[in-house]
Design a protein around this ligand. Structure first.
Ligand code: NAD
Length: 374
């Protein structure tokens, strides 16, 4: 099999993906569905895509090999299980599910179906993530001493299902890079919830906290911390990754668009403490690993193949720091190559479950919680 047929469900954030699939050399046809008919018509007609009238119609279509879900969070578990049970490969946006039982249900459906599951975690394919991964693999960073993740975002005015969501239920952007770079899995967490918010926000999920901050223990002994805010907290948007090594460290800029800081630990001079210096560092693009047809989606609309680095500066960000085409490529290529995708049900399951267990810990005032193994 050299080409697959894909359907995308949910065209809010999901609207970033149909065009990328459409240009991928291993994709034959792209279909779309959204319960919002106007949105569906606008997308399908503009890009000339096949329009589905229901989710079930996609499940019943024998020509569809793979489904990418970008629907509201409470639907992820059920829709993923249905896609896998229909004998199709499934990619789903984050989080994987909203309960540890939900993750287990998905891993079991995946095993029964023999199809691929991929959690489409954007932070694991950003320019910044590729850069840090290279620093670790080349030995430049030295030994990882500590990791931090952050995700500050104000969700007022977002759709109803977001209102009062426990911050760590959507902790994946803060937790994901730590798990992926650790070469291990999170096994234990303690977490505190902090702050107060308007009482109505606590009603939907019984969550009293606008902010949650967690400490994680990894199976290989590493430790990491993540902080997540969703409501009534004055902080610039940031999905930050902070990796502290014995030789160098990588720290995200203050806002999400700022260049990161690389700090180098130098030699000990005559005084106390080693010499340190830091440098704000421009990120290179990592488009080369992608098929040429979709490289331009790493930077939005301004990609110049003759000068990709310059395009990066002029570009509109390319959606979550260039990650969208990498996610599409990994999902599609894993199917074509008949292998598991990198962010499979185990990696995605650990990242999501660590956040779910963190919230459980916060609700028990910091009690330690062991993260189930999938
Ligand atoms: N960086 C990231 O990874 C990232 C960023 C943004 C959103 N997300 C995730 O993407 C998902 C969607 O986010 P959003 O901001 O577009 O949400 P949204 O709620 O604004 O939009 C979801 C879309 O799905 C449609 N929809 C609702 N129910 C549906 C159903 N049963 N079948 C088909 N379509 C349906 C809606 O009409 C809407 O167009 C969320 O789960 C969110 O967690 C991830």
């Amino acid at each position: 099999m050299n080409k697959i047929n894909v359907a995308i469900v949910g065209l809010g954030f999901g609207g970033c993906f149909p065009e990328i699939y459409n240009y991928h050399p291993n994709v034959n046809t792209v279909g779309v569905f959204d319960t919002d008919k106007n949105r569906l018509d606008t997308f399908a007609d503009r890009l000339g895509l096949k329009k589905y009238r229901s989710f079930e119609e996609i499940l019943e279509d024998k020509n569809i090999d793979a489904v990418h879900l970008v629907t509201p969070i409470p639907l992820h578990e059920d829709q993923t299980v249905k896609v896998l049970e229909a004998g199709k490969h499934c990619a789903c946006t984050v989080p994987m599910a909203t309960s540890v039982d939900g993750i287990k249900r998905i891993t079991e459906a995946k095993r029964r179906s023999g199809k691929n599951y991929m959690m489409m975690e954007t932070t694991l394919y950003t320019y910044q993530f590729f850069y840090v991964k290279n620093m670790i693999e080349s030995g430049e960073l030295g030994q990882i001493q500590f990791m931090r993740g952050s995700h500050y975002q104000d969700m007022s005015g977002w759709p109803d299902y977001w209102m009062g969501l426990p911050p760590m239920w959507y902790g994946t952007h803060a937790i994901g890079p730590m798990v992926a770079l650790s070469g291990s899995r999170i096994k234990r967490v303690i977490c505190f919830g902090s702050g107060t918010m308007e009482p109505w926000l606590s009603e939907q999920y019984g969550n009293p906290f606008p902010v949650e901050s967690a400490l994680f223990e990894f199976e290989n002994g590493m430790k990491g911390e993540a902080t997540r805010s969703l409501f009534e907290t004055a902080r610039m948007y940031q999905e930050g990754m902070f990796i502290y090594g014995s030789k160098k460290s990588f720290e995200w800029g203050f806002t999400d668009g700022d260049d990161p800081y690389i700090t180098t630990l130098g030699e000990l001079g005559n005084g106390r403490g080693k010499y340190t210096e830091y440098k704000k560092t421009e990120m290179p693009n990592f488009h080369q690993s992608l098929p040429e047809e979709i490289q331009r989606f790493t930077v939005g609309g301004n990609f110049d193949p003759l000068n990709p680095q310059d395009s990066l500066k002029k570009g509109s960000g390319g959606g979550h720091h260039g990650s969208h085409p990498h996610l599409v490529n990994e999902f599609v290529r894993s199917i074509i190559e008949d292998r598991k995708p990198w962010i499979d049900e185990q990696l995605g399951g650990n990242i999501t479950a660590a956040g779910l267990c963190a919230h459980e810990s916060a609700m028990k005032n910091g009690e330690q919680i062991f993260v189930p193994k999938y």
